[in-house]
Design a protein around this ligand. Structure first.
Ligand SMILES: [Fe+2]
Length: 236
């Protein structure tokens, strides 16, 4: 399995506070069957995103853990006005590794009015946004049909794996189910932050999705689609 969204770099955001915990997270992921992880530090008004510095940390973490899982760099990209302007200028600074894919996260408090235009422009310029965990966003929980409209504009959608094991409450689980039924989910990811409360585990959600939605869907969400991202291919 491939995890395209997790916080495993030490001391850079609200992820692990030490190298020991960062390494333990990687070992936990490998034990869970995750062979490739994309480290996605936040870029928001609390955490500055310095791709060069973060890439150095990533290489050091890879050196410490050996070859499993394979690590790549990405960004948990907050949709602030400043960030949106910056991504129009230099999208490659924030995208997953050398791919066309960019994780984007909405604020819990407002949806930028210009976001439809921004999605369209990004898509035309060759970037495919991946909307992260809309099922956990209080605004989108009330208006999940907006997510379907954004898919029409070229976006893809990532749901949090642990939503299926009950970690985020009934409403988030219900919205994730609604999106799945609409074929509006393309990825499951851990959005892991530590080894305890938010660990890097995909297998539990995979089992549940297999049981409820079938093996083909589960395979697409944790293997085929994330692999297409890493290979910079369009989704099947
Ligand atoms: Fe995240």
């Amino acid at each position: 399995m491939i995890d395209i969204h997790c916080h495993i770099l030490p001391e850079v955001d609200d992820g692990p506070k030490s190298w020991e915990v960062a390494e333990a997270m990687c070992r936990r992921a490998a034990a869970d069957g995750i062979e490739h992880m994309v480290a996605t530090p936040h870029s928001n008004d609390r955490y500055f995103y310095d791709r060069e510095y973060l890439s150095k940390l990533l290489h050091e973490l890879q050196r410490r853990i050996g070859d499993k899982p394979v690590l790549s760099i990405g960004c948990d990209f907050h949709l602030s006005y400043e960030n949106m302007q910056s991504a129009l200028q230099t999208p490659e600074r924030y995208r997953i590794a050398n791919s066309r894919y960019l994780l984007v996260e909405f604020s819990n408090f407002s949806i930028p009015p210009q976001v439809d235009e921004w999605f369209t422009n990004m898509n035309h310029a060759g970037t495919t946004p991946i909307i992260t965990h809309p099922e956990r966003n209080p605004i989108l929980q009330e208006s999940p049909q907006r997510v379907l409209e954004w898919i029409e504009l070229g976006c893809t959608v990532q749901v949090t794996a642990s939503v299926f094991t009950g970690s985020w409450g009934a409403r988030a689980r219900q919205v994730a189910g609604w999106l799945l039924q609409k074929k509006a989910v393309h990825f499951l990811a851990t959005d892991a932050h530590d080894t305890e409360r938010r660990p890097p585990v995909l297998s539990a959600a995979r089992k549940i999705v297999t049981k409820q939605y079938g093996e083909a869907t589960a395979h697409a969400l944790v293997e085929a689609n994330p692999r297409a991202v890493m290979n910079d291919q369009p989704l099947a």
